[in-house]
Ligand binder design. Structure first.
Ligand code: ADP
Ligand code: ZN
Ligand code: ZN
Length: 822
């Protein structure tokens, strides 16, 4: 008897054993997919882990349904990397597999839904969204976070069994699409080719044919074109180019095929290919860049990882490009990781200009087929998958010989996946991946994370610095404006100080552009009664409702609850309702009133939903069809515009006051990045930062471009309060509908941990939003000093969780574990 152990894409720790026959056992290897029965009626796609002949004890094995591949689609290296990930981030291998494989690879006997926004405009979407019921809104929101959902996910989200009606409604609104699975979904896109039928290949018969076509000159012309295109080398000729070249229409071709003169055939066409110009030469580096490049090479002799700390617009990308060039010349693959692909259309085309077809992009916004195609190209080490550009999930691809990984904007929080498991950090997982391949890693940033800079200072990483902008363009001048003072002196118009208005006027009159940064979307998030201080709360969650101007209603961003905007305070009846805080929508309205002669646009989650909405905004900005762009932190990232002279930050305080130990570091990074958008040419750019507290040390450091002092002060604080990079952290999140039960359960968990680990256990303590969708939440934080073993600590937590799971009373309490929860 033969057996295979398989990994199922579900959150269970163990592998499962199925029986196979002798032939199957000889054929199968690790990394093959097989369809297997599971439970009463389910079919899952499973990944073969190992083949053996040891009958499992204690249960009867089932046999597999069928084998899905002709060769393994997962490599040994991948499985090793995924095992590391499961163990490091404390989840199951099945969960990693589920995150890693394009879902087209994982057929399940269940219905699945995906977003289907098609060509809807932002306005249309807004309209649809405004009419959502709560349930529809919830599903819609969930689909923005995940590419697809199964029926069971919907049940969990809506907390009930019957979800078909909601699905039906969303289908009618054409915002979702449904796929019934079990057949393989990947269908390669085919291109149609034609060739001369065999019987006319001999000279004589060909001559006869051409004579017979004297009366059909168009058909003859097509044939003659075909011969020229085919040439000596017998190149395949596709119907599209044939039609174009011979200026014939489709019916002429059809007639030739019908007569049996031409034969059609199909070849798979890669849909993720680049169809631009030939590759261009890369740029000649400046002296500073040359120095940085050679310093990096030296650093790589002693370090596997080098941090490139280069101010915004210092030309880091061009330095990467040189190293990419060298790596692919050695026949090795390069992974170029970015925090969010959607935000980097500019970079994609820049790399494609240099490397043409060798660049492939991998991203969850792409269709399943596109992702499968990139997967296969990487697996086969195809020339067109030499350079992979991708977001964090691109670390899951089947690389065979990685030579270099670049993690650009390495400080970006969006490299971390928060939910669902695996809750991994893309940068850190990339470093592990690189070491498995013996590849080098570059971490690049204008504002490195404290962790990375700390590692560089400790000589764990090499460090190379580019301290000047390319072409000696000056760093922008940063002006801090005290708005408390301005309010007092009545120098504010709406949210604009007189200073910001003046600067905007000057710049706009010069025909240059302005970017305004406001770190909130929506109109005016919170409504507050100025008489009694009450703000309307969500009944299901522990948050204030936010105001949406479009429908004049209050909405909860967590659960979708909404109500009409009240005319008077629901607590005291007074009509003194006021806006507290303000979002991009309100700034847009103010700007339009203040600068009616100019074109204004807004860039935030609401206006960039459609597939190309973001790219369109970028194009407009580049073509100067937009004079003033208002945006959330989306505007901070990677944009390179020649004509933006001024950046205005409307209120820096809500960044600084965020309740998180990283708030100061993050504020510095974000403000430096936003400032980096101004003045990328010879003329110096300007940044106006409005704040109630311009003396705040972070704002002072931002205005001096003083990373070093920021680093020193922040790491001192981290040391004092036992935070990373000095301590590691694991967060244990407990949730339940019943507050008392949750409280008891979390106390039990915390006490058990304290008994085992003695020190550095914080909580249980509720987070700032301590109830979501009627689930109460409380967190336990485990801090781990450098000298304490990380793996032993995790084992302890595992043990505690095991005993916890055995307690019946707590069976409804959900526990999630987040390692390195930054
Ligand atoms: P960073 O990645 O550090 O923000 P970039 O690589 O985007 O900087 O460079 C900033 C600008 O300078 C870009 O417009 C880029 O095209 C230009 N640039 C950088 N290096 C060179 C070079 N060696 N020759 C010509 N232009 C360059
Ligand atoms: Zn009131
Ligand atoms: Zn709510």
């Amino acid at each position: 008897m033969y057996y295979i152990d398989v990994i199922l894409p579900i959150p269970l720790k163990q592998t499962f054993t199925y029986s196979v026959n002798k032939d199957e056992a000889a054929f199968l290897k690790q990394g093959f997919r097989v369809a297997v029965p599971f439970g009463k009626s389910k079919v899952y796609t499973a990944i073969v882990y190992q083949v053996h002949d040891q009958a499992p004890r204690g249960y009867e094995t089932k046999s597999i349904d069928h084998i899905l591949d002709e060769a393994p689609i997962i490599s040994e290296k991948q499985i090793t990397h995924w095992q590391w990930m499961a163990s490091y981030y404390m989840c199951t291998l099945g969960e990693v597999v589920k995150a890693a494989l394009p879902s087209a690879f994982l057929l399940e006997s269940e219905t699945k839904i995906t977003l289907n926004l098609g060509t809807k405009t932002a306005e249309e979407l807004q309209e649809i969204e405004a009419n959502f019921t709560d349930d529809q809104f919830l599903i819609f929101e969930a689909l923005q976070a995940q590419p697809s959902l199964y029926i069971n996910d919907l049940r969990a989200i809506l907390n009930r069994a019957n979800v078909v009606k909601v699905m039906q409604q969303l289908l009618e609104k054409e915002v979702i699409a449904v796929e019934e699975e079990l057949t393989e979904k990947y269908t390669p896109k085919l291109r149609r080719y034609v060739k001369l039928a065999k019987e006319y290949e001999a000279e004589q018969s060909l001559r006869a044919l051409l004579e017979s076509l004297e009366k059909a000159p168009k058909q003859k012309a097509v044939l003659m074109t075909l011969f020229t295109l085919t040439g000596q080398s017998k190149k395949p000729v596709d119907t599209i180019s044939l039609q174009k070249k011979s200026a014939a229409n489709a019916s002429v071709l059809k007639a030739l095929i019908a007569k049996g003169i031409l034969k059609e055939y199909f070849i798979q066409k890669d849909r993720v290919s680049y169809e631009g110009d030939e590759a261009q030469a890369t740029k000649k580096l400046s002296n500073a860049q040359e120095t940085a490049l050679s310093e990096m090479k030296v650093a790589f002799q002693e370090h596997e990882i080098v941090l490139l700390h280069g101010v915004t617009s210092s030309g880091k990308t061009e330095v990467y490009v040189k190293l990419i060039e060298e790596t692919i010349k050695q026949g090795k693959q390069v992974l170029y990781m970015l925090p969010e692909i959607a935000l980097t259309t500019q970079l994609i085309s820049r790399l494609q200009h240099y490397f043409g077809e060798q660049v492939s992009v991998y991203h969850s916004k792409y269709t399943l087929n596109e992702r499968v195609e990139v997967w296969n190209n990487v697996m086969d080490s195809k020339p067109k998958a030499q350079i992979i550009l991708g977001a964090r999930s691109s670390i899951f691809l089947p690389y065979s010989n990685l030579g270099l990984i670049i993690v650009d904007e390495e400080h970006e929080p969006s490299f971390k996946q928060y939910s669902p498991a695996p809750r991994y950090h893309g940068r850190d997982s990339a470093i592990v991946l690189a070491s498995m391949h013996g590849a080098k890693t570059i971490l690049g940033s204008a504002t490195p994370s404290l962790e990375s800079f700390f590692n560089a200072e400790a000589d764990k990483y090499g460090l190379v610095t580019l301290s000047k902008r390319f072409n000696n363009v000056m760093m922008p001048e940063i002006v801090l404006v005290d708005i408390r003072e301005k309010y007092r002196k009545k120098k504010m118009t709406g949210h604009f100080s007189d200073r910001l208005m003046e600067e905007m006027k000057t710049v706009l009159e010069n025909g240059e552009q302005v970017i305004l940064f406001q770190n909130r979307r929506g109109f005016s998030p919170v409504i507050e009664c100025t008489t009694c201080g009450t703000s309307p709360q969500c009944p299901n969650c522990d948050v204030s409702l936010t105001f949406h101007q479009y429908k004049n209603e209050l909405r909860c961003h967590y659960c979708g609850y909404h109500m009409g905007m009240p005319k008077s305070c629901i607590a005291c009846g007074s009509e003194t309702l006021d806006n507290k805080g303000f979002g991009t929508e309100q700034i847009e309205a103010e700007v339009k009133a203040l600068f009616p002669a100019y074109n204004v646009a807004r860039m935030d989650q609401d206006t960039t939903r459609g597939k190309h909405a973001y790219a369109k905004l970028i194009d407009k900005l580049e073509n100067q069809e937009i004079d003033i762009l208002i945006g959330t932190q989306m505007v901070a990232k990677g944009l390179d515009f020649r004509n933006v002279r001024l950046v205005g930050v409307l209120n820096a305080d809500n960044l600084l006051n965020f309740p998180d130990f990283r708030a100061h570091e993050r504020s510095f990074q974000l403000l430096q990045q936003v400032a980096g958008r101004a003045g990328r040419t010879e003329k110096r750019g300007k940044v106006i930062v409005q704040s109630y507290n311009p003396l705040h040390q972070i704002l002072q450091q931002v205005s001096q471009h003083d990373y070093a002092t920021m680093f020193k002060e922040q790491t001192e604080e981290r040391y004092q309060f036992k935070y990373p990079p000095y301590y590691r952290m694991i967060k244990i999140m407990c949730r339940d509908k019943n507050f008392l039960k949750l409280d008891k359960a979390a106390m039990w968990f915390g006490t058990a941990l304290r008994t085992q680990l003695k020190e550095n256990i914080l909580g249980p303590e509720p987070p700032p939003v301590s109830r979501i969708r009627n689930y109460y939440i409380t967190n336990i934080l485990v801090k781990i000093p450098k000298e304490q073993s990380l793996s032993k600590t995790k084992q302890m937590i595992d043990l505690v969780q095991c005993s916890f799971n055995g307690i019946k009373e707590f069976s409804s309490v959900r526990i999630t574990i987040d390692v390195d929860n930054y």
